[in-house]
Unconditional design. Structure first.
Length: 465
């Protein structure tokens, strides 16, 4: 067994720590934010100061793949989430009325999941990590640099631990960067003389406006959680303890949308959307929360099959992050942590093999989620721009667009779409299913599903009223 230092004590860092500790490793988690974990869900939401996580109180979702990883790698965590007030969700309970085939299918239970607000979820995961004997949690500790050790691969720096901002040195067999979107791993590695980390980054230009509500009954879902509507999209998510959220997002350069910061304007627009208006029927528990400047970013920690460093890996958003509207971040991060656990089991004593194996598993099992979201973001931004300009949207000719059309009318295509959204399958896997292929052929000429709500002219009028 070995010593592992994890930089970052968010959901993915803590899940990674708990997984590795259960395999017998001594794990130290270093989290720069000093605040401890509140004792109850309400305090986690209202009082936990997590300045290091910009999106801490923005909407999050825990998809079925997150639940699968928890059940396989961290048994009991799903029950802990339920015990803290998180809610069970069955996406098949909201089949579109246009689908008449309501016959259950084998495996339908796989799409069920449990979800809640990010602070509540993180408090539950933190409590589980605190109970794990092999995890030492150190809050208020910032990593300043990586420590170099003897090379295990000729010409490649080896990371042998970290130095904190207080000057303390912690030696480790493996250092894991789980610091999220704000990761500065490339500069850490450069200071050791590593080759540059490959990085692609772009701000797609989305801006989000969110309000949270509470009430005695959660809204009944009448449409998809993520609903495109011309130059904006609406996102409606269930939360824990009788809460839920409504988000409207669009292009940051669309100046008219800045009016969404006003609660009255926010309410007026959502009330004009037939499938989402009833989500306003609760007591607001926040003002309208705005967020922008969200990067799509992907990093490669190897070149030509050779790692830029050994003894170091990045997981979750520290490796790659995308527009959060699809809600995949925590689910994909959990898959990434699961892959790391498997690699550490096999290769902790061989740093070069560990680096190569983790890169290979990341590219095969995690990278497609990132690439799919990038493609979807490009399409959605092009649609928003066209709607703002009063132009026709780009032709919807992609395989995904064909699946969306079929999913509005066919039960098997709908299940395939759900599997993709919940991170249970990749697009090519779904398209290869015989029942889905038949549905795509049968509905190839169907029009896109309707999107009831204000058009661009009506939206601008509502924003200006």
């Amino acid at each position: 067994m070995g010593a592992v230092v994890i930089c970052g004590g968010g959901v993915i860092g803590l899940m990674t720590a708990t997984m590795l500790a259960r395999d017998g490793h001594d794990v130290t988690v270093l989290e720069s934010d000093p605040a401890g974990v509140p004792e109850c869900p309400e305090q986690a939401w209202s009082a936990w100061d997590r300045r290091g996580v910009a999106q801490f109180r923005q909407p999050h979702n825990l998809f079925a793949r997150f639940r699968e990883v928890c059940d396989a790698e961290l048994p009991g965590l799903t029950d802990d989430l339920l015990g803290a007030g998180c809610v069970p969700i069955d996406p098949l309970a909201a089949l579109p009325p246009s689908i008449t085939d309501r016959t259950p299918r084998p495996g339908d239970e796989r799409v069920r999941f449990v979800t809640g607000r990010r602070p509540v979820v993180e408090s539950v995961v933190a409590a589980a990590a605190a109970r794990e004997p092999g995890v030492e949690m150190r809050r208020g500790t910032r990593v300043a640099a990586l420590l170099a050790g003897p090379e295990s691969l000729r010409g490649v720096p080896h990371v042998a631990g970290v130095r904190t901002s207080a000057g303390e040195e912690l030696r480790a067999d493996l250092v894991v960067d789980a610091t999220g979107r704000r990761s500065v791993a490339p500069s850490w590695l450069a200071a050791l003389g590593a080759r540059p980390v490959g990085q692609e980054a772009e701000d797609r230009g989305f801006v989000y406006y969110t309000r949270y509500f509470t009430g005695p009954e959660r809204p009944v879902r009448r449409g998809p959680a993520l609903f495109p509507l011309g130059s904006v999209s609406l996102l409606t998510l269930e939360g824990d303890n009788d809460t839920w959220s409504v988000t409207v997002f669009g292009a940051a350069h669309d100046r008219a949308l800045r009016a969404f910061r006003d609660p009255g304007t926010f309410t007026r627009v959502v009330a004009a959307c037939p499938l989402q208006a009833h989500w306003l029927a609760g007591t607001p528990i926040t003002e309208v929360l705005a967020m922008g400047g969200i990067l799509d970013r992907h990093r490669r920690f190897s070149t030509g099959g050779t790692p830029v460093a050994t003894g170091f890996v990045a997981v979750g958003d520290a490796w790659a992050c995308t527009n959060p509207s699809a809600g995949r971040g925590l689910s994909v991060g959990a898959v990434h942590a699961q892959q790391l656990r498997a690699v550490v089991r096999a290769h902790l004593d061989d740093p070069a093999a560990l680096a190569r194996a983790f890169e290979e598993r990341t590219e095969r099992s995690v990278r497609p989620f990132h690439d799919h979201q990038l493609a979807a973001d490009r399409v959605r931004m092009a649609e928003m721009t066209a709607a703002r300009r009063g132009e026709d949207p780009p032709p919807a000719t992609s395989p995904l667009a064909a699946l969306v059309r079929a999913a509005a009318r066919d039960a098997d295509a709908f299940r395939g779409m759900i599997d993709i959204l919940l991170c249970l399958a990749f697009l090519d896997e779904v398209l290869a299913r015989p029942a889905v292929a038949e549905a795509l052929a049968a509905h190839a000429e169907d029009p896109p599903p309707p999107t009831p709500g204000p058009d661009r002219r009506q939206l601008v009028e509502l924003l200006a009223a």
